[in-house]
Design a protein around this ligand. Structure first.
Ligand code: NAD
Length: 490
């Protein structure tokens, strides 16, 4: 079994704590790797090395930084299949979804590389003659990146690539359930020519290593993706140090199905949205709000189709739904099934831990008769559990959709253009899909949510660069005399 190290100042080093942890495959429970438990001292060294590398990296022309990212994108492309297999073994999602995850990393890497020739500012007229006004983008400095386990390569790439192209240097901590893809990403960037110290990787416990990143004085900004609970803590602690913080947190994403929808397309979308990645997407469909006129037929078809999903190893082409990531997630899902029953929802499919393999498998599960006050309708379960809810009108459906603390993704199935636009206008979410499930973001559009899902920042698209740059405003007076704004104006 391979043991992996920390990457600090361009070298693979052991943790100063001397401690390690195990990486376990959730389908088979095999230990697949050993990793370092970084100490606070290791985080300090990583931040020092990022600080030392900053001057040179931030002065490197952005198109030259882009060339390294282009090389990395091509290497990711060449290794796509191998990386996807590693992801399925480490995290459990089925191979075709792992390929999608790797593809998303490839896409954001090319996209960020191209941004090296843009990093756009603005120009605007001055109110005074012989004066020129513009904005330029500057890197923030050393940034700390903390990622979850559900998109083991895509989310790290969504953060690392825009941070690097913008001229920042990085201390990066991946989730302990899925560090291997991040290690491969670091290797690829290093091989593609990234100078030493620019990207540093520390593995280990969130409460220790993540916390040390959040508190480190040299780190000027934190980009965090994970749960609301941790995000709230990160925001508070980083705020004390006056750091910039960007948060991408949980969701309780609704799908509205109106009586004028194409039912078969809606069912395809709901099944993919709810049970894809075993329900472990921040954008997963966890509530389906169906117009009461079509509810009985919809329900019957949905249950019939979901029953056909096959559980198993993600490496097996016949598998539709892989394992959940670890035992604590498995127990959490089982607990929510009990809560759903106690609250009076009707369990009509699944609801049990099963063992097609030794690992952590949970049956695709559907509850009906779910009402907005129930906990399964309000709290993020992050597993293959779907709540079916009833609405008598579009207004009621939107009201139910908005009745949670989250606001990440959303979707509506309807044949009526007015209903679609009404949903775009009224659903409180960062993303709304029309006639498509709430999962499947494309990297060249902004991604993020409202309410407790975040703090207003967006990743990907043009907003990816905003997250990792400061704007400097420049006034260039070539009049050869003192001109006073607001006073010497004609
Ligand atoms: P988590 O909050 O437990 O952990 C996320 C990361 O934070 C991990 O790397 C973890 O080690 C680290 N961490 C834990 N405690 C920390 C602390 N005190 N200080 C700093 N870092 C700490 O979340 P998770 O279980 O890994 O991921 C699942 C959650 O992520 C779900 O809520 C899901 O909705 C959310 N998520 C959101 C998005 C999005 O873009 N909005 C995308 C994917 C996942």
């Amino acid at each position: 079994m391979q043991e992996y190290k920390l990457f600090i100042n361009g070298e693979w080093v052991e943790s100063s704590s001397g401690e390690t942890f195990e990486d376990i495959s959730p389908a088979t429970l095999e230990v697949i790797a050993k990793l370092q438990k970084a100490s606070e001292e290791d985080v300090e060294r990583a931040a020092d090395s990022a600080q030392d590398a900053f001057e040179k990296w931030s002065s490197t022309p952005a198109p030259a930084r882009g060339k390294i990212l282009f090389r990395a994108a091509r290497m990711l492309e060449e290794r796509k299949e191998e990386l996807a297999r590693l992801m399925t073994i480490e995290m459990g999602k089925i191979l075709k979804e792992s390929r999608g995850d790797v593809q998303e990393a490839i896409d954001i890497t090319y996209y960020a590389a191209g941004e090296g020739r843009r990093l756009l500012g603005e120009t605007t007229p001055s109110e005074l003659p012989d004066k020129f006004c513009m904005t330029v983008r500057r890197p923030i400095g050393v940034v700390g990146l903390i990622t979850p386990w559900n998109f083991p390569l895509a989310i790290p790439a969504w953060k690392v690539m825009p941070a690097l192209i913008s001229g920042n240097t990085v201390v990066f901590k991946p989730a302990s359930d899925t560090p291997l893809l991040s290690i491969e990403l670091v290797k690829i960037l290093s091989e593609a020519g990234l100078p030493k110290g620019v990207l540093n990787l520390v593995t280990g416990e969130g409460g220790k290593v993540g916390s040390a990143i959040v508190h480190n004085k040299k780190i000027r900004a934190i980009s965090f993706t994970g749960s609301v609970e941790t995000g709230r803590w990160v925001q508070g602690e980083a705020g004390k140090g006056m750091k910039r913080v960007s948060l991408e947190l949980g969701g309780k994403n609704p799908v509205i199905v109106m009586d004028d929808a194409d039912i078969d397309i809606a069912i395809d979308g709901v099944i993919w949205g709810a049970f894809g990645t075993t329900g472990q997407r921040c954008t997963a469909a966890s509530r389906v709000i169906v117009h009461e006129k079509i509810l009985p037929g919809f329900q019957e078809k949905l249950i019939r189709r979901t029953r056909q999903l096959r559980l198993g190893s993600g490496l097996d082409d016949a598998t539709d739904v892989g394992p959940v990531v670890n035992n604590s997630q498995l127990q959490k899902i089982a607990k929510y099934v009990e809560i759903g029953k106690e609250d009076g929802a009707k369990l009509v499919l699944g609801g049990k831990i099963v063992k097609p393999l030794p690992g952590y498998f949970f049956e695709p599960t559907i509850f009906t008769d779910v009402t907005p006050d129930m906990r399964i309708a309000r709290e993020e379960i992050f597993g293959p559990v779907l709540s079916l809810m009833r609405a008598g009108s579009l207004e009621e459906a939107i009201y139910i959709a908005n009745s949670v603390i989250y606001g990440l993704s959303s979707s509506i199935y309807t044949g009526n253009i007015r209903s679609a636009f009404r949903a775009i206008e009224k659903i409180e979410a960062g993303i709304t899909y029309i006639n498509a499930p709430p999962i499947g973001a494309e990297i060249h559009l902004p991604f993020g949510g409202v309410k407790a899902t975040g703090n207003g920042t967006r990743e990907a698209g043009t907003t990816a660069i905003e997250e990792f740059t400061e704007i400097k405003t420049v006034y260039f007076d070539y009049s050869g005399k003192l001109q006073k704004a607001q006073i010497d104006v004609a």
